[in-house]
Design a protein around this ligand. Structure first.
Ligand code: SAM
Ligand code: DTB
Ligand code: SF4
Length: 335
């Protein structure tokens, strides 16, 4: 969806926008279903990149100690526990710039994915940059979706990250899609961006061909020691508007209310679900930051009469529209 159309949605009275988002939601999704996803940081900290929101960058004194890649058996144990607790998607994150075929760690990741995928949940990984051959190997090993966020607008991105470009992010997304993986791509609100940046981010995401299978909307968790540690909180109504617009612009995607739920009241989260969010990270920890307690989430889901979604193991990547250009319209070659 083009910027002006997104802006027109943004400018609607909130109830009109929510009405449209609801209508879209119910045309594509069961009204009261929510997907529960479990996150696990399989390789924490010590990252070479300088993403200014991230506690895992080695450039900042965030207090997150660098760790080695977790052992396969521990990861599989956690995946089994997630399944037993009702999660239908298991997302493994690694604090790497990227992965390269032929390296020991990539072979280890493929082995881990293979075993986790046998548990029958959707398997998502987020490992940083990928080339075509790495993407093909991950798909073959059983990854159902690759998470790679663009995080903000192309214009604001260089203010947030300097060690890789917006175009690098787009290239990885293209490689994941070309390998037949579904893509999970979203961003973060609260990086000092303005409304135009937020809508431009949604423009890029909604113009992917095919559109992503899921769209995580994170609110910045300000991490001590990072350059954005003192950034101010995102206004709840801004968050709700962005979720509603994401729902309308990317109707078939799971819109995931991601980082930042610990700062949201139950009522605020309910407004986000009403606006079209139909997935959450479930479990007391995100990668390094806190997430609401499992019991609290289950109680809220129960109070709202929502039901956890069944896994969709086939998770066929959405079809490409051959009439549209393959690359997002907004991007310039040098990012
Ligand atoms: N290294 C890989 C990468 O950059 O894609 C994977 C891990 S990275 C931590 C995954 C995503 O987590 C980021 O793209 C960002 O959207 C989100 N994230 C990281 N730190 C965050 C924070 N402090 N608050 C909110 N979201 C955050
Ligand atoms: C996403 O968009 N959010 C998740 C997941 N994808 C990998 C990560 C949130 C990280 C929050 C900060 C932390 O835990 O360090
Ligand atoms: Fe590294 Fe990913 Fe954190 Fe950036 S967001 S510093 S690439 S772990």
């Amino acid at each position: 969806m083009q910027y002006q159309d997104l802006k027109d949605l943004y400018d609607l009275p909130l109830f009109t926008l929510l009405g449209k988002a609801r209508e879209t939601h119910e045309a594509h999704w069961p009204a009261a279903e929510i997907q529960l996803c479990t996150l696990l940081s399989i390789k924490t900290g010590g990252c070479s990149e300088d993403c200014s929101y991230c506690a895992q960058s080695s450039r900042y004194n965030s207090g997150v100690a660098p760790e080695r890649l977790m052992e396969k058996c521990q990861i599989v144990e956690r995946a089994q526990a997630a399944k037993d607790n009702g999660s239908t998607r298991f997302c493994m994150g690694a604090a790497w710039r990227g992965v390269r075929e032929g390296t020991k760690r990539f072979e280890q990741v493929l082995d881990i994915v293979q075993e986790v995928s046998e548990l029958g949940m959707e398997v998502c990984v987020t490992l940083g940059e990928l080339g075509p051959s790495e993407a093909a190997k991950l798909k073959e090993a059983g990854v159902t979706a690759y998470n790679h966020n663009i995080d903000t607008s192309p214009e604001h991105y260089p203010n947030i990250v300097t060690t890789h470009t917006f175009q690098d992010r787009l290239n990885t997304i293209r490689h994941a899609q070309d390998a037949g993986m579904s893509v999970c791509c979203g961003g973060i609100l609260g990086l000092g961006e303005d409304t135009e940046d937020r809508l431009k981010m949604l423009e890029v995401i909604s113009e992917f061909n095919p559109q992503p299978e899921s769209v995580p909307i994170n609110s910045l968790m300000p991490m001590p020691g990072t350059p954005l540690a003192e950034e101010k909180k995102v206004d709840v109504f801004e968050l709700v508007r962005i979720i509603a617009i994401a729902r309308i612009a990317i109707p078939k995607a799971k819109v995931r209310l991601s980082a930042g739920r610990t700062n949201l009241s139950e009522e605020a989260q309910t407004l986000c679900f009403l606006a079209g969010a139909n997935s959450i990270f479930y479990g007391d920890k995100l990668l390094t930051a806190k997430n609401p307690a499992v019991e609290k989430d289950l109680a809220l889901i129960d109070k709202l009469g929502m039901t956890p979604q069944a896994p969709n193991r086939t998770l066929e990547a959405p079809e490409k529209d051959d009439a549209k250009p393959a690359e997002p319209a907004l991007c310039s070659p040098d990012g």
